[in-house]
Design a protein. Structure first.
Length: 198
């Protein structure tokens, strides 16, 4: 149920972002997610026991979107917190690597872990954690060079992700404050779904 609520809320956010219009692929995703919700919440039973199951189904849909919004809001807050401390943590990583390089080979193998903002075609922005076992000084030098070379790029990505998270937070507020536009645009798909139960 949590995953269904999450998917519905994400589609609700797209609905807000695109001024109330979903493209064909997004509408198909909404149809599939509504079908999953219908199966999980026994909309077929509601449909069989009521001349007009729509009010009950709409109530379920609103509950799901509100639950999904709560989950996403918490996730956004966690990510924003990570973004706020990411730069300082990367600076600490540079300090740790620099100290390691100055030590003797007896300090190795050593484990190091750091997180930075990344971007992927399919999932967009995300926080990537690198966990590396350094076998010797040369590996520590390579890792330090990689981190230092990437700091600027990661910084730009971090700012973009921070902005996107803030936008998501704003859209969540818009969606939850007025669910009617999203619910109204889902009604045709719900009608079709309920007809399959008849």
């Amino acid at each position: 149920m949590k995953e269904i609520a999450r998917e519905l809320t994400k589609l609700g956010l797209v609905h807000v972002e695109q001024d109330g219009v979903l493209n064909v692929r997004q509408s198909e995703e909404l149809r599939r997610t509504l079908a999953e919700a219908g199966e999980a919440l026994a909309w077929d039973v509601k449909s069989a026991n009521s001349a007009n199951p729509m009010p009950e189904v709409v109530k379920d849909l609103k509950k799901l979107v509100k639950a999904g919004a709560k989950t996403l809001k918490a996730e956004v807050a966690v990510e924003l917190k990570k973004k706020n401390s990411e730069e300082r943590n990367l600076e600490k990583t540079v300090e740790v690597l620099t100290k390691l390089i100055e030590k003797s080979e007896k300090a190795f193998p050593a484990e190091i872990s750091y997180s930075h903002t990344a971007r992927d075609i399919t999932q967009g922005f995300f926080t990537k954690t690198e966990e590396i076992v350094l076998e010797d000084v040369s590996q520590a030098k390579e890792t330090l060079a990689t981190v230092e070379k990437s700091l600027n790029r990661w910084g730009k990505l971090r700012l973009q992700m921070h902005e996107e998270l803030q936008q998501t937070d704003k859209r969540l507020k818009v969606l939850v404050s007025d669910l009617e536009p999203f619910v109204f645009s889902s009604r045709r798909l719900i009608d079709e779904l309920l007809l399959t139960f008849a």
